[in-house]
Structures are given as structure tokens and as C-alpha cells.
Ligand binder design. Structure first.
Ligand code: GLA
Length: 385
């Protein structure tokens, strides 16, 4: 695959690629909708990835070629951005401008992108794209951008240029991923620590294939609803600025003053923050039963309290718990479609995939996709060619 990418670079741009970058996708195990409340989350990097080959240019033009779609991109990083919402060019432009905003000097370059990370499916293809491109630019222009800064710049590109109000979990998981390890990220300090996943567990991702139309507007709505709650709590406890710092007493003290909806959202956030540390400890202890229970509780909270699930995700979770050989299941990522993550006992991956695809088809008359992700993988990496 990588040699094809490098050859394609030569064919398209008539010169040799200088660097190769591997940028994985991520899957979140627990701590959903927690990063923008500055709490802790527990994702890992996965084997599905974006790969880039690139070389610097002379002017301010970025030329790209997508091996999978056959699409070509051309972006002048000095112009103002006139691309259509959601276009890949916005991400290219946004990444370059965010690097410049962060005080670095760069010019144009050429790149080819390939890999097997499905786009727009809830495995953080856009964060993987941004982090990969930043690493490529950092290598080509000898900027030596450190991991945390890569994550910060990638988030800035999403928030400021692509207009996506995401937190920093995806970018951090992609840069700090480690083989066979789950990474616990403190989304305030950006400190990370790791736990191992019991050797008998295999990660399987089930993609509902649902286009997540609601994801962006509902995502923003959750932030607004939680801000309403926070305002009421802040009136009583002036030091509290984010939900991360709220405890159950504080939450209960505003019951009746805020809408039931806002209260429910807050309750989910507090419960989920607890679950992150509990899953982390259970992973270390190999306590599979607790992991199964905590995932299930997490999904219930996302469905009934935070209300970001959908029928298709709920079916996958419910059916998974009926499968002999399954350990845990819940929706992962922003929700409203996208993917569910299931943990199954090693050796059951294929049987589980057949089982869940059949259940899904029988119920909805359409196909879901299943990725046998296996174990957590190494994060972002690059090499000089
Ligand atoms: C999306 C966002 C992340 C995070 C998750 C929900 O993936 O990009 O920042 O908020 O949703 O946990």
C-alpha cells in the first residue's frame, strides 16, 4: 500500500516524495460527549488509517491527490477560503491557516492521500486527516510541532475553519495512541495515561452507515443545554466554570430551577465521568463483567438522558448483549448514526460480525458494515523517505 502511494506521488507530481505519514482513526471506549466538558475520556487509535506521502513546493499552492476517490485538490493558502462547506479543501486550507495562526511559517506542498479509513463514519476520519497533514507539514518544513500542539492545531482547524464545534478527544487519541493500550485523556490538562486491555478482548466496530445529518446541530444543542445548567450552578458556586467541576450536590441544588432536560443532560455527564475511571480500573484488573455493565449503562445514558443515540445503534447494542461471546457494546462518537463499538472474546469476531449483520438486515432491511479492529494501535507516525 505504501509503495503504491509513493509511486502515485511520483506519477502525479513528477518528483520524489520526501515523507510518509500514517494517521490512524480512533474509537472511543467510554467518556462520550465529555471532552468539551473538559473531563476525561478513554479512546484508542485503530488499525484503519489515512496515509500521506508529500513533498514541499515553491509557492503557496497545496496540490493534493486522493488515491481512493481519484479527486484532485488545489488550494492557495494565501487566499481567503471560498470552498463549499464540508469540502476536503476546507480542511486543507484550515490546517495550513491554523498552523500559520499558531506562529509557524509555511509555504505550499504536494501530497497524495490513501489508506483504508472510511470517511464520515464516526471513526474520526477528519481529525485523522488534519493530524496527518499537520505532521506531514511539520516534517517537510522542519517545524518540530509536538504531539499536543498537533492535536490543538487540528482542533483549531475544525473549530475555526471547518466550523465544527468538536472537543479535543479525537485529535489527542490519534496522536497519543499506543499499541495494545487505551489512552485516558484529561481534556483540561491534556495529560494522558494508559491502561492495557485484557488480552482476551477484541474490538469490533459496527457502522450503521447512517449519514449523520443531525449530528452537527444536535451536538451544538447539547453544548447550549449544558451551558444553561452551568449558568444556574455558577450562580451558587462561582468557581465552577465547566461541568468537569460539578458534583452531585451541586447538580441537585439546581433541580427545579433548571429545565428537566438540562438536569438530565448534567446527570448523564456526571455519571459518564465516573464510568471513565471505573472502566480504566476494570481494564487493568481484567474485570470483564464490570466492563460489560459500564458500557451498557453508558449507552443507556446516551440514549435516554443525553439523547444522542438512534434506533439502529440501540438495536446493535441490545442484540450484542444477547450474543454468546460478547462482552460489551455501546454507541461511540457523536451519535445519531455512525458507529457502535463492541468488545467480543477473541476468536468470536467473525461469528459476531455475521450475527450482527443478520440482525441488522432483518430489522432494517439494509446492510451495516463491520470492522474487525482487534487491538489498540500505535498513533500518528512518520518517516523520511
Ligand atoms: C465527536 C467529536 C469529539 C467528541 C465526540 C463525542 O467525535 O469530534 O470531540 O465530542 O463526538 O464524544
Amino acid at each position: 500500500m505504501n509503495s503504491i502511494l509513493i509511486d502515485e506521488f511520483g506519477k502525479n507530481f513528477g518528483k520524489k516524495a520526501q515523507y510518509l505519514v500514517l494517521s490512524p482513526g480512533r474509537v472511543n471506549l467510554i467518556g462520550e460527549h465529555i471532552d468539551y466538558h473538559q473531563g476525561k475520556v478513554l479512546p484508542c487509535a485503530i488499525s484503519l488509517k489515512n496515509t500521506f506521502a508529500g513533498s514541499i513546493g515553491k509557492d503557496y499552492i497545496v496540490d493534493g491527490y486522493n488515491l481512493n476517490s481519484g479527486r484532485k485538490y488545489s488550494v492557495n493558502i494565501q487566499d481567503s477560503c471560498l470552498f463549499e462547506k464540508g469540502a476536503t479543501e476546507i480542511y486543507i486550507y484550515g490546517v495550513c491557516r491554523a498552523i500559520i495562526d499558531s506562529g509557524y511559517f509555511i509555504k505550499g506542498f504536494s501530497f497524495v492521500i490513501g489508506g483504508d479509513l472510511p470517511m464520515g463514519s464516526g471513526l474520526s476520519s477528519s481529525a485523522s486527516f488534519s493530524c496527518g497533514l499537520i505532521e506531514l507539514i511539520s516534517q517537510m518544513y522542519h517545524l518540530n510541532i509536538q504531539k499536543r500542539d498537533i492535536a490543538r492545531i487540528a482542533r483549531l482547524a475544525e473549530n475555526k475553519y471547518a466550523g465544527v464545534p468538536c472537543g479535543i478527544m479525537d485529535q489527542m487519541a490519534i496522536v497519543f495512541g499506543k499499541e495494545k493500550r487505551l489512552v485516558r485523556i484529561d481534556c483540561r490538562s491534556l495529560d494522558v495515561d494508559y491502561c492495557s486491555m485484557p488480552g482476551c478482548i477484541s474490538i469490533v466496530v459496527v457502522n450503521t452507515m447512517i449519514k449523520r445529518q443531525l449530528a452537527k446541530s444536535e451536538y451544538e444543542k447539547r453544548q447550549i443545554e449544558c451551558a444553561e445548567l452551568l449558568k444556574a450552578i455558577e450562580n451558587k458556586y462561582s468557581s465552577v466554570k465547566v461541568l468537569r467541576d460539578v458534583n452531585y450536590d451541586m447538580l441537585n441544588s439546581v433541580k427545579g430551577e433548571v429545565s428537566n432536560l438540562a438536569f438530565k443532560r448534567g446527570k448523564y455527564v456526571l455519571d459518564e465521568m465516573k464510568r471513565v475511571d471505573m472502566v480504566f480500573d476494570s481494564m487493568n484488573k481484567g474485570d470483564i463483567e464490570s466492563i460489560g455493565r459500564l458500557f451498557y449503562e453508558g449507552h443507556r445514558g446516551l440514549k435516554d438522558e443525553y439523547e444522542v443515540s438512534c434506533e439502529e445503534l440501540d438495536l446493535i447494542v441490545e442484540e450484542t448483549y444477547k450474543f454468546n461471546g460478547a462482552i460489551a457494546s455501546r454507541m461511540t462518537g457523536a451519535g445519531f448514526g455512525g458507529c457502535a463499538i463492541s468488545l467480543v472474546k477473541k476468536g468470536y469476531e467473525k461469528e459476531y460480525a455475521d450475527f450482527i449483520m443478520k440482525k441488522y438486515y432483518d430489522r432494517f432491511g439494509k446492510k451495516c458494515e463491520v470492522y474487525d479492529v482487534g487491538e489498540p494501535q500505535e498513533g500518528l507516525s512518520s518517516m523520511k523517505l
